[in-house]
Design a protein around this ligand. Structure first.
Ligand code: 5GP
Length: 199
C-alpha cells in the first residue's frame, strides 16, 4: 500500500534559471551525475531552433529543430511552454515531462524567466525555483565570450544586456546560489534538492 501511494506521488520540478554563462546547465548536469541523485532526478531536454554548438549533442543538450518543425509542434500542442531568446525559439516538451512527473520522477530544467513563471503557474505546488548568480559581471562576460568564441561579438553584447535584466529577478526565486566555485555551488544545489524532494 505504501509503495503504491509513493507511485502515485507526483515528482517535483526543479527549475534553474540565471543569465547565460552563470553555470546553471553545468550545475544541473553535475547534480544528475551524482549516483544517488541520478536515480531520482532526470533532466528535461528542450527543443530549440538555435544552431547546435560544436560540443553539443542531439537529444542531450537539446533537440535541434527547424523553425517549421518548432511551429508544427507548437500547433500540435506538444510544447508545454516556450520562449524566444535572442531570436531563437526554445520549448519544453509536454509529454515527457508529464510522464516523468506521474512516474514520481523529479525533473530538472534550465529555463529563462518566462519559462520559470509559466511552470510555477502550471505546477504551483511542485515547482522549486533556483536562480544561479555569477560571481561578477566581468566573470560572466568572460564565460560568455569563451562560449561564443566562434560566433560574433554582437551575441556576447546581447547576452550581457539580457543578463543584467535577468539578474534583477533573482529575489523572486525560492533559492539563489552564488556560483563562484563549482564544487561549493553544487553542494548547495544538492542540499536544496535533498531537502525539497524529501529524498
Ligand atoms: P542557450 O542558448 O544558452 O542554450 O539558452 C538560452 C536560454 O534559453 C537560457 O536561459 C536557457 O535556460 C533557456 N531555455 C532553454 N530551453 C528552454 C525552454 O525549453 N524554455 C524556456 N522558457 N527557456 C529555455
Amino acid at each position: 500500500m505504501k509503495a503504491a501511494k509513493r507511485q502515485n506521488k507526483l515528482g517535483k520540478i526543479f527549475v534553474i534559471s540565471g543569465p547565460s554563462g552563470s553555470g546553471k546547465t553545468t550545475l544541473l548536469t553535475s547534480l544528475i551525475q551524482d549516483k544517488k541523485i541520478g536515480k531520482l532526478l532526470v533532466k528535461s531536454c528542450s527543443v530549440t531552433t538555435r544552431p547546435k554548438r560544436s560540443q553539443e549533442r542531439e537529444a542531450k543538450e537539446y533537440f535541434f529543430v527547424t523553425l517549421l518543425e518548432f511551429r508544427r509542434r507548437l500547433k500540435a500542442k506538444k510544447i508545454l511552454e516556450w520562449t524566444r531568446y535572442l531570436g531563437y525559439y526554445y520549448g519544453t516538451l509536454k509529454e515527457p515531462l508529464e510522464k516523468q512527473l506521474k512516474g514520481s520522477k523529479n525533473v530538472g530544467l534550465c529555463l529563462d524567466l518566462k519559462g520559470v513563471r509559466i511552470l510555477k503557474k502550471i505546477y504551483p505546488k511542485n515547482t522549486v525555483t533556483i536562480f544561479v548568480l555569477p560571481p561578477s559581471l566581468s566573470v560572466l562576460k568572460e564565460r560568455i565570450q569563451n562560449r561564443c568564441r566562434y560566433t560574433n561579438q554582437l551575441e556576447v553584447a546581447r547576452r550581457m544586456l539580457l543578463a543584467r535584466r535577468e539578474l534583477q529577478a533573482a529575489g523572486k526565486f525560492d533559492y539563489c546560489i552564488l556560483n563562484q566555485n563549482l564544487p561549493a555551488a553544487l553542494k548547495e544545489l544538492k542540499s536544496i534538492f535533498l531537502r525539497e524532494s524529501g529524498a
